[in-house]
Design a protein around this ligand. Structure first.
Ligand code: BG6
Length: 478
């Protein structure tokens, strides 16, 4: 059941992901997909809407010769129920459409303000039992109190083990691979700590602007939209201790410990260690791009940040004195998500001609390409001892040819199979908000205005200055 079944997320991500799972034979035979929406449509009207909208988001698979038959058999699984989530009576029709005794997954792809109504009406209509699962889509709150409220309300009807809080970054192949890189190899873990690691940088850069999401984005900003969830989740996987098993709670316990060890930011820290930015007119991927304030439906005096850079510390033995830099933004120079682990400087310089730059770096590219590079110093051929950085390259796409599932497909299959490991537990979500909230409050107290950066660049100059103060540089500047 997809609440918000004809909405943007459903059309762009969920239905394409379910189609791909169907096409590759991964959906159980009896699976039926019910899209729920307020439109007073019948099934035929819904199917023609889907037919028009969804194939464009399926990518290459929609060009394959077997697409037509796979698509037709996928449509056979679909149903539409017209339903207003605030009206209990509308859930009667939903109940009538469902097969008794089956495992039911309810995906809440709606505004969180509807979550309580949906849970209450499902419950009142006898549509929740021990085999029911719900998927909660972000944004899960805009601060700690609102996140707690959502969790309390959903928790009145469902046990924590039935609640799948989705963060699609946890479904990305390379993010899951990071666990394997760390805990499926022996060579990195002994060095994965202070003082062998000098700094860590995590970048999630997007080239797109706010697009058609002005209404949502302007009230949200980059810190809530990206840092509170995706970047902190990446940080957890980079920084956590080895879990004792892959059991959901074993992994989530370790991630929670990282979130609880983040050094809280005082107002002075916020002033020194955070940068807010907002893009101005420039160019993006060869085309002219308007500034954020000129985007459709953005108030001309908006203070919303479209870029954030932060210096973060983790208060524990492993990460003592290791600055961790996070940054994310829209309309940046390119689409690139990457984790860079910079190892310590040489304790003694034997080679006088060595370049003055970081010696060993592990670079984990999450997207658009998937690769891991280990930068090492090597001798340039010729007389003399001239050093030059070279990379050991592991291209994961060529090492593992074949289809790679999109994050939503992988995570939806996890929900269907009841695997919670890659979903956020309540305490994780709340710990993330607990750390993020003082930054939001600090900005307000400081009356911090976002700094301008030209669309198509790497963000405001203050972001480079934040690094320079720690004797570090963003990877493209080093
Ligand atoms: C979403 C944010 O969670 O993630 C969007 O709301 C952002 O603003 C998107 O564009 C980025 O996801 P991806 O998978 O394209 O990196």
């Amino acid at each position: 059941m997809i609440f918000g079944g004809v909405g943007d997320l459903s059309v762009r991500k969920l239905l394409p992901a379910l189609f791909m799972a169907h096409r590759h034979g991964n959906l159980p035979k009896a699976t039926r997909i019910h899209a729920l929406g307020r439109q007073a449509w019948d099934k035929t009207m819904f199917l023609s809407f889907i037919q028009e909208k969804v194939p464009g988001f399926i990518g290459e698979a929609s060009q394959q010769p077997d697409f037509t038959s796979a698509w037709a058999s996928f449509l056979d699984r679909l149903n539409y129920v017209s339903l207003d989530a605030t009206q209990s009576g509308d859930f009667v029709a939903l109940g009538a459409a469902l097969q008794p005794g089956s495992t039911r997954v309810h995906y809440f792809a709606t505004a969180p303000s509807l979550f309580t109504h949906i849970c209450a009406h499902l419950s009142a209509n006898g549509l929740i039992d021990a085999r029911t699962r719900v998927v909660l889509e972000k944004p899960l709150g805009h601060d700690l109190a609102s996140a707690q409220q959502i969790n309390d309300e959903v928790g009145r009807y469902l046990h924590e083990s039935q609640i799948f809080r989705i963060d699609h970054y946890l479904g990305k192949e390379t993010v899951q691979n990071l666990m394997v890189l760390r805990f499926g190899n022996t060579i990195f873990e002994p060095l994965w700590r202070s003082p062998y690691i000098k700094s860590v940088q995590i970048t999630v850069a997007e080239s797109v602007g706010v697009g058609s999401r002005a209404g949502f984005y302007d009230g949200t900003g980059a810190l809530r939209d990206m840092v509170q969830n995706h970047l902190l989740q990446l940080l957890c996987i980079v920084a956590m201790e080895p879990p004792v098993s892959l059991d959901p709670d074993a992994v989530r316990d370790e991630k929670l410990k990282v979130l609880r060890s983040l050094r809280p930011m005082s107002v002075a820290d916020v002033a020194r260690d955070t940068v807010r930015g907002q893009y101005t007119a420039g160019a993006s991927e060869g085309d002219a791009a308007v500034g954020y304030l000129q985007e459709a439906n953005i108030p001309p005096d908006s203070n919303t940040e479209t870029f954030v850079a932060l210096k973060v510390h983790i208060n524990n033995w492993r990460w003592a004195n290791v600055p961790i830099f996070l940054r994310t933004g829209k309309r940046m120079a390119e689409r690139r998500s990457e984790i860079v682990i910079e190892f310590a400087d040489l304790p003694f310089m034997l080679f006088p001609d060595a370049p003055r730059q970081p010696v060993n770096r592990l670079m984990i590219r999450l997207q658009p390409e998937e690769h891991v590079q280990l930068q090492m110093m090597a001798k340039e051929p010729g007389s003399g001892m001239r050093l030059r950085p070279v990379s050991l390259n592991l291209d994961l796409e060529s090492a593992f040819a074949g289809r790679r599932a999109e994050a939503y497909e992988r995570l939806l299959m996890d929900v269907i199979k009841g695997r919670l490991t890659h979903f956020m537990r309540r305490d994780e979500l709340e710990a993330a908000w607990t750390w993020v909230e003082p930054i939001l409050n600090g900005w307000q107290l400081l009356n911090e205005k976002p700094k301008a950066y030209t669309a198509g660049t790497w963000g405001p100059a203050a972001s480079s200055a934040l690094m320079a103060r720690e004797n570090a540089a963003w990877v493209e500047e080093a």
